[in-house]
Design a protein around this ligand. Structure first.
Ligand code: ZN
Length: 286
C-alpha cells in the first residue's frame, strides 16, 4: 500500500505537470471504488470538476488534496486516496488508456488526469475546502510527521497511553498520519525499539528517538521516489528506488545490517514485520 513517501512522489508528479487550463470533459468507469461511508459513489461529486481550473496539489498523510477553482469561482478540492494499488498521473489525451483506468479528467490543453486502480481500494471525492478538510477522513488524521513541529512529544501525546504493540500503534492514522507497515517497521529498527513492546512502555527518550527515526526513514523514502513493491508505480509508471534502501522490511532471514544476526519475521494483528532480536531487544517491565 502506498504510504507517505509514495503518495508524496505522486503529489510531486502531479504538481510538476503544472496544469493550468480548465477541465473540459470527465469520464468515470462503471466500477465502484473505495467503500465506506465517506466514499459512497453517489457522494463522489466528480461532476463539480467540470470547468474547474487546477491549482496547488497538497498532501495530508496518505491523501492527495488537489485544490481547484470551480467554474462558479468557489474553491474545490479533489481528494484522492490511492488505496492498495491506485496510481494517478497526467498523460496526453492521445496516450493509450491502460486497463483498470477508472477516472479521466480532460483539460483544455488536451492533457488528462488519469486514475488507475486494479484492486479498487482507492477513492476519489470532490467537495468544497470546508467539506473536505473539516470532515472525515481528512479531519481525523493525526499529526503530519514531516511537519516542522513533529517530535517525540507530539508522538508521545498521540500514542503514549496505547497498550498496543508499538508497530501496530504507529499504523493508526489518527495518531500519526501517513505511516504504514513498511515505514513503521523500518523506524522501529532505526530507533532500536522492539516493535512488539506496548507503546505505553516507551520512555520520553525513546519517543524522541522514534520520532527522529520516522523522519529519517520517511525523508529517505521521499528522496528515493517511494518504495516499489508489488503494486506501487508513480505517475507515468516510474518506479521508486527506496526498496533498495530498506534495511529490514522484506529481509527476514538475511543478516541484520547492524549486528549481523539473522533478521526475524514476526506477525502481529495479522500483519507481518521484520526485526533484529539483538538490536531491538524485548522490553522487560521493571
Ligand atoms: Zn541487529
Amino acid at each position: 500500500m502506498p504510504e507517505l513517501p509514495e503518495v508524496e512522489s505522486v503529489r510531486r508528479g502531479l504538481a510538476r505537470a503544472r496544469l493550468k487550463t480548465p477541465v473540459v470533459k470527465l469520464w468515470r468507469s462503471s466500477f465502484n471504488l473505495r467503500t465506506g461511508k465517506n466514499w459512497l459513489r453517489k457522494h463522489e461529486g466528480l461532476e463539480q470538476l467540470r470547468g474547474a481550473t487546477p491549482g496547488p496539489v497538497r498532501r495530508r498523510g496518505k491523501y492527495i488534496l488537489w485544490h481547484m477553482q470551480g467554474a462558479d469561482e468557489g474553491e474545490l478540492v479533489l481528494l484522492i486516496h490511492l488505496g492498495m494499488s491506485g496510481r494517478c498521473g497526467v498523460a496526453r489525451a492521445d496516450q493509450p488508456i491502460v486497463d483498470h483506468t477508472h477516472f479521466i479528467a480532460t483539460f483544455a490543453d488536451d492533457r488528462q488526469l488519469r486514475f488507475v486502480d486494479p484492486r479498487r481500494f482507492g477513492g476519489l471525492k470532490v467537495g468544497t475546502r470546508e467539506t473536505i478538510y473539516e470532515r472525515e477522513p481528512v479531519a481525523a488524521l493525526g499529526p503530519e510527521p514531516l511537519s516542522e513541529d513533529f517530535d517525540g512529544a507530539v508522538l508521545e501525546a498521540a500514542l503514549g497511553k496505547s497498550k498496543r504493540a508499538l508497530r501496530d500503534a504507529l499504523l493508526d492514522q489518527r495518531a500519526v498520519a501517513g505511516i504504514g507497515n513498511i515505514y513503521a517497521v523500518e523506524a522501529c529498527f532505526e530507533a532500536r525499539l522492539n516493535p512488539l513492546r506496548p507503546a505505553a512502555s516507551l520512555s520520553r527518550r525513546s519517543w524522541s528517538k522514534l520520532a527522529d527515526a520516522l523522519v529519517l526513514v520517511l525523508e529517505r523514502g521521499v528522496r528515493n521516489g517511494g518504495t516499489t513493491l508489488k503494486d506501487f508505480r508513480n505517475v507515468v509508471g516510474e518506479v521508486g528506488r527506496n526498496q533498495d534502501d530498506l534495511r529490514v522490511y522484506g529481509r527476514g532471514g538475511e543478516p541484520c545490517p547492524r549486528c549481523g544476526r539473522r533478521l526475524a519475521d514476526f506477525v502481529s494483528q495479522n500483519r507481518s514485520g521484520v526485526m533484529c532480536t539483538r538490536c531491538q531487544p524485548k522490553f522487560r517491565a521493571r
